[in-house]
Design a protein around this ligand. Structure first.
Ligand code: HEM
Length: 151
């Protein structure tokens, strides 16, 4: 076994810290999750489940914090995006205001696509899918039944 403190032994391999760092999710993987959460965020709000919409907006914020760590060159743009676009979506969720939500969500999509252009990925143009996700209860009272049955 290596005595190099920078090497980590697993049951299958011995890896350097550099190798482990290279295996962290990159921008593409993180953005795929961001797109998924942003889609669900929109339809949760449209269904009236603003708690779920806020959950997905916070998920995007958290994914983008992770991206800022692994790709610091994006940190400044991600911080501005959080302040100018995620915060208003969260405020609209808090207020349960669908009109404000739709405006803030759409503005965020435009800003994200402008950032894709800025970073040399003009061919990545995110659009909100026309269909709602079917794996989650999007109604305002989702979870009520489960909460009631626990009493
Ligand atoms: C809600 C906001 C956003 C959505 C929905 C979104 C969505 C996406 C999607 C779906 C991809 C393609 C992922 C794949 O490879 O499968 C992507 C890529 C990318 N996004 Fe975003 N994005 C958002 C915000 C941002 C922000 C704020 C930045 C700031 C720098 C950014 C920078 C990038 C970059 C650089 C790529 C290219 C990935 C690579 O180099 O591998 N995006 N985005």
């Amino acid at each position: 076994m290596s005595t190099d403190p920078k090497r980590v032994k697993t049951s299958d391999a011995e890896l350097s810290l550099e190798q482990i760092a290279e295996l962290l999710p990159g921008t593409g993987e993180i953005m795929q999750s961001v797109g998924n959460a942003w889609w669900k965020c929109a339809y949760a709000a449209r269904g009236g489940n603003f708690d779920l919409a806020a959950y997905f907006a916070r998920r995007v914020r958290s994914l983008q914090h992770k991206l800022a760590i692994v790709r610091p060159k994006y940190a400044e743009d991600l911080a501005s995006f959080e302040r100018d676009h995620i915060a208003p979506v969260l405020s609209a969720c808090d207020a349960g205001d669908l009109g404000a939500f739709e405006r803030a969500h759409a503005r965020a999509v435009d800003a994200a696509n402008e950032l894709h252009v800025k970073w040399g990925k003009a061919y990545i143009r995110w659009t909100l899918p026309e269909e709602a996700p079917t794996d989650l209860d999007l109604r305002p009272d989702a979870g009520q039944d489960a909460r009631r049955s626990k009493r």
